[in-house]
Design a protein around this ligand. Structure first.
Ligand code: ADP
Ligand code: ZN
Length: 522
């Protein structure tokens, strides 16, 4: 019933025929009076989730938003759709503020946008106390958390303000940030009462995802650009130096390329960005500095020359392809050095030990993405907590991979027993050395060449063995300890396999190539 009405409002005011997945649940939850946390990526259609209930609830909905510059546009947009909305921010004169408050209290508006800073003034708070507020929608709610990337102290005013209201409105918190820390903070610091949490809209069905390990990255990119020479795309690299190196290489080979990173002058950056937007150049080689707020719809591919530091960054960058809804290709070129580089960058930039631990954990989940044999889209959706994750997507490197499911129990047992014999005290390199039967100094000094698992994989290359270990980490048979020298441990799953109580089946990969040629510009 409620949803039926909501559907009518959606059609009447917004002109849409149906809700996107998740929108209906969020709206129903708010209409039932449940505090609600909605985690949706940008562009997924979050506004409708509070605007529709605002029109159905009695009284007014307060929308707290930090994006002051967008407020007027949003309100103008609503007004043109016939929705009575207004905003109050510091750009307005005192008399205008008073006039609007009067009109609000006279019931002339259903939606009122305010900036959180406004709540700092006592007079303003007092004026709001007199209104009949049914719902408070908090946009960019992660700003309340110090764990987010965008902490704003003014968000800490929201909770005391709500607590002072005589009638407690229903609260809706909206954000694109889905980490557990942020979710917990949002609930606690905004004083939500047993909120329903919905994570939705993360799937981008028109994007395909692929991870390539052990490619010659340069060769791959040259080939790729040749076969996609008419299309526009972005290549992300981890450092300025790598951007410059790749950019120069592309120019030398006659590719119409631009570059973008924080080491360039403002002027050059603006110019490069402009040329890309207007299709003067086809390929942008860039660090993660590129892309904030650019909205180019016809980006057909995003290649990652290096693995980024976490899944949030990866998905955001890869998501810049296919904005127009047409197919977009997202390919990540993984090299073992990428992990070391990201570790190094985290070490250098993060001091707080708790935060460092957190960043390293996120990095490991990124590395796992690069090694998982399962559907990459499912991995992504699960990472963001999106419950809409269906079965295998059929549109990612692992789903497309024609490889059969094979029983790799024996190989896995060899790895596990080696880890076991090493008493779970060593990292990937030593384990791989022992399995390979390497004669290096460390192995000999420690007498590891006398272990029964020594040389079990003598026929394989070290990169192959390491990739197998990483894959067993990605599928939770093994895990790493924290710290500078991560040690590999067995999980309960692995112990069951060692005891022959379980077997390991994984999709055969076609990639057994070596991880060579990675250090291109050294
Ligand atoms: P954000 O989540 O970034 O705030 P918006 O609320 O601005 O996203 O919505 C993104 C786009 O999706 C807008 O153009 C909006 O009109 C559109 N949209 C939202 N809901 C629907 C729907 N149910 N059907 C079709 N389009 C929708
Ligand atoms: Zn898939």
């Amino acid at each position: 019933m409620m949803l039926e009405q909501a559907g009518q409002v959606l059609q009447k005011y917004f002109g849409y025929h149906e809700f996107r997945p998740g929108q209906d649940q969020i709206i129903a939850s708010l209409l039932k009076g449940h505090d609600t946390v909605a985690i949706m990526p940008t562009g997924a259609g979050k506004s409708v989730c509070f605007q529709v209930p605002a029109l159905l609830l009695p009284g007014v909905t307060l929308v707290v938003s930090p994006l002051i510059s967008l407020m007027k546009d949003q309100v103008d947009g609503l007004n043109s759709q016939g929705i009575p909305a207004t905003f109050i921010n510091s750009a307005l004169a005192g008399t205008e503020v008073r006039r609007r408050l009067y009109d609000i209290s006279a019931g002339r508006y259903k939606l009122v946008y305010i900036a959180p800073e406004r709540l700092e003034t006592e007079a303003f708070q007092a004026a709001l106390q007199r209104l009949n507020i049914s719902m408070v929608a908090i946009d960019e709610a992660h700003c309340v958390s110090q764990w987010g990337h965008d902490f704003r102290p003014s968000f800490r005013n929201i909770r005391p303000f709500i607590e002072r209201l005589k009638v407690r409105p229903v609260l809706g918190a909206f954000t694109a940030t889905a980490t557990n820390e942020v979710k917990t903070d949002i609930a606690a610091l905004l004083s939500l009462v047993q909120p329903d949490v919905y994570v939705t809209g993360f799937d981008r069905p028109n994007l395909s995802f692929t991870v390539l390990r052990g490619e010659n990255k340069q060769k791959f990119i040259m080939n790729y650009l040749q076969t996609n020479s008419r299309q526009s795309g972005i290549i992300y690299a981890a450092t300025r130096k790598e951007v410059d190196g790749l950019y120069e290489l592309l120019l030398k080979r006659g590719v119409s390329a631009g570059r973008y990173h924080a080491g360039l002058s403002d002027e050059e950056r603006a110019q490069q960005q402009e040329r890309f937007l207007y299709d003067d150049i086809r390929v942008m080689v860039a660090t993660n500095a590129f892309g904030m707020g650019i909205d180019k719809s016809n980006v057909r591919y995003v290649l990652h020359y290096n693995m980024p530091k976490n899944m949030e960054s990866y998905y955001q960058e890869a998501g810049r392809s296919g904005r127009d809804g047409l197919p977009g290709e997202c390919i990540l070129l993984f090299g073992a050095q990428d992990t070391l580089l990201q570790k190094f960058l985290i070490d250098k930039s993060v001091e707080d030990p708790v935060r460092k631990h957190h960043e390293l954990r996120k990095l490991q989940l990124m590395v796992d993405y690069c090694h998982t044999p399962e559907c990459l889209r499912q991995y992504i959706l699960r990472y963001f907590g999106d419950t809409a994750a269906a079965s295998e997507c059929g549109n990612c490197g692992n789903c497309d991979n024609a490889g059969e499911l094979v029983d790799i129990t024996l190989d896995a047992q060899k790895v596990f027993s080696c880890v076991y014999r090493l008493r779970e005290r060593f990292g990937v390199t030593v384990i791989a050395d022992v399995l390979k039967g390497s004669k290096n100094k460390k192995v000999q000094q420690l007498g590891l060449d006398r272990l029964p698992t020594y040389g079990l994989f003598a026929q394989r290359t070290i990169p192959e063995i390491k990739a197998l270990i990483q894959r067993l980490v990605a599928t939770q048979y093994l895990n790493f300890t924290e710290g500078e020298y991560p040690v590999v441990k067995l999980t309960a799953q692995a112990l069951a396999v060692l005891k022959n109580e379980a077997s390991v089946w994984q999709k055969e990969t076609t990639q057994r190539k070596l991880e060579a040629d990675d250090d291109l510009f050294e």
